[in-house]
Design a protein around this ligand. Structure first.
Ligand code: TEU
Ligand code: CA
Length: 559
């Protein structure tokens, strides 16, 4: 068995997980207090979104000190205790390695800015402006120019927020510094890393303008994403690390393609254990990304199925690792985005869970997903996320959208939805804290919370527990082959997972309407292992599936 074969991951966004000292902000001691709960989900790895020191312009993804903890979360001793307490429960911690950029408050950057002759100058991309403007026409991922003016005609490349300065990975010293950071944490016994935007670490030398004949800022695309050099740098650092440590890695990359994933996570050289892709999250979005509303966020179940099948098949054919997830700290809540958070809240939350925990690859559960946490109503005054605030401006200034429409788009796609406090019980502030939290709790905590679902055997939470148990115990699920079934059906997602003699069929009606599906005889003769509805359906050749009904079927092979 490979080291990650039946591993399940749980992602924590610490600021909103659990507040142990009642200052309104989640913290490391809070995570420690909830380790038994996390363990009860049968997970193996906890991925912590960044807990390093940071001015929080991008909530921790702008790191100012990689070797210490943000005081909001605690200190290094708390972190050591967390690793220790997790270990006692056979839980391992994965850190978020934000290495494409540092905060402009990082000492490297401060030194580089102060002294043009400092070796740290070459850690970043400083450049002179051109024609009274930035050095090139690249657009920032969050909108506007990708360059931030530091002094008269002196700019620095900041592909994300203006205080996240891109590191110059061409410089071997930078790569060495990143290895040092990794070693520091590996020595503290973390099990590995999630590597933030790891496919943008190389930029086209000379940083030329993209499509210079076009007006306005341009998305630099292949000048910054999935370049061969990025793969080479990943191999170089992993080669160093793998000499000394057994390090688990999952890479995150913008616009990850299958072509690229084959290289980043090929399971042979010193590459990564797996990659995430974004394709499901881009469903219904225009070519410019999640705030590009021109397709009106319309998508069909067939589109959804195609993306799943294509990644499943490709990762199988080319033997690379993928991390399966339907939500994280950058996306709206999955039950609101892909399910139905009103009439079929429970049904659709379970259907999506069944999907994510039966696919080929490594499943990731994002905090709160296991109780079906939903999007919230985001009044403009509540917005915290830079991306949303910026998009609101860009939609109006550059796309000439009226404010009320821009607001609607933010309401639909904002990252803030996934960052509301975890709903532990129905006490004030959802049991997250005794004081008013840094971000308003979603008012539905009264009926969507851990306490209530823990006691109910038929809850979403207990369904997750059953699914993780199934995933861990069935080789067909955790290492079996994938084969799509009923590919043309417009409502039902179907696939087989197979390992040696075991064959499991997954059928999920992802629509709010009843679906009829003609099963083949062998499938109709199968035995239902688990089902999202309380009263299990009958398997028949002409099978009727209720809204968001999902079943896992053991296919009986007579031989
Ligand atoms: O996200 C990378 C990334 O591709 C995002 O820009 C993503 O497209 C966006 O969040 C979608 O809304 C990572 C982190 O997960 C994210 O939280 C950070 O803001 C970003 O990197 C910069 O570090
Ligand atoms: Ca706190």
């Amino acid at each position: 068995m490979k080291k990650l074969d039946n591993a399940v991951f749980y992602q924590i966004w610490p600021r909103s997980f659990y507040d142990s000292n009642n200052d309104g902000i989640g913290d490391i001691q809070g995570i420690i207090q909830k380790l038994d709960y996390i363990k009860s989900l049968n997970v193996d790895y906890i991925w912590l979104s960044p807990v390093y020191q940071s001015p929080n312009d991008d909530y921790g993804y702008d790191v100012s000190n990689y070797f210490d903890i943000h005081p909001d979360f605690g200190n290094l001793d708390d972190m050591k205790l967390l690793i220790h307490e997790a270990d006692k429960r056979e839980l391992k911690i994965i850190m978020d390695l934000v290495a494409n950029h540092t905060s402009t408050s990082h000492p490297w950057f401060i030194e580089a800015l102060k002294d043009k002759h400092s070796p740290k100058r070459n850690y970043y991309f400083f450049k002179e402006g051109k024609d009274n403007g930035p050095p090139n026409n690249w657009i920032s991922i969050f909108g506007g120019s990708a360059w931030t003016k530091m002094a008269d005609n002196e700019y620095v490349l900041t592909l994300f927020t203006p205080t996240q300065a891109d590191l110059n990975w061409e410089n071997p010293e930078v790569r060495k510094s990143i290895v040092d950071i990794m070693e520091f944490w590996l020595k503290h016994k973390v099990a590995g890393f999630r590597l933030d935007v790891i496919n943008t670490i190389s930029k086209k030398p000379g940083l030329p303008s993209k499509n210079p004949h076009k007006k306005g800022y341009q998305f630099a695309d292949d000048y910054i994403i999935n370049r061969d050099e990025s793969v080479a740098y990943v191999k170089e650092i992993m080669n160093e690390i793998n000499k000394k440590y057994n390090c688990v890695t999952v890479g995150e990359g913008m616009l990850m393609t299958q072509q690229a994933a084959r290289m980043y996570a090929n399971q042979q050289d010193n590459t990564l254990d797996m990659m995430f892709h974004f394709d499901l999250h881009m469903l219904g979005c225009g070519p410019l990304g999640k705030f590009d509303f021109r397709k009106l966020y319309h998508w069909t179940i067939l589109d959804f199925k195609k993306i799943i099948a294509s990644w499943q098949q490709d990762s199988q054919d080319h033997q690379y690792g993928i991390g399966n997830y339907l939500s994280n700290h950058d996306q709206p809540r999955q039950v609101s985005r892909f399910g139905n958070d009103k009439k079929y809240h429970q049904e659709s939350a379970k259907a999506l869970a069944l999907l994510n925990l039966t696919l080929r690859g490594t499943p990731f559960i994002y905090q709160g997903e296991e109780i079906g946490m939903t999007n919230t109503k985001l009044e403009k005054e509540m917005w915290k996320d830079f991306e949303a605030k910026n998009a609101y401006q860009v939609l109006q200034d550059m796309m000439h959208l009226p404010a009320f429409l821009a607001k609607k788009i933010i309401q639909k796609m904002s990252r803030d939805h996934s960052r509301t406090p975890m709903q532990w019980n129905n006490h004030e502030y959802a049991g997250f804290s005794l004081t008013k939290p840094w971000f308003d709790v979603n008012p539905n905590y009264q009926h969507i919370n851990v306490k209530q679902q823990d006691q109910n055997p038929n809850s979403i939470l207990n369904f997750y527990r059953q699914l993780t148990t199934l995933f861990k115990n069935n080789p067909a699920l955790n290492q079996g082959d994938y084969q799509q079934e009923y590919s043309k059906h417009k409502q039902v997602i179907g696939y087989l997972r197979r390992y040696e003699n075991q064959e499991l069929l997954v059928l999920i009606n992802l629509s709010k309407y009843v679906a009829t599906i003609n099963l083949n005889q062998q499938h109709a003769n199968g035995k239902i292992v688990i089902s999202t509805y309380l009263n299990q359906p009958m398997l028949t050749k002409k099978m009727i599936m209720r809204p968001y009904e999902g079943i896992l079927v053991e296919v009986i092979n007579e031989s």
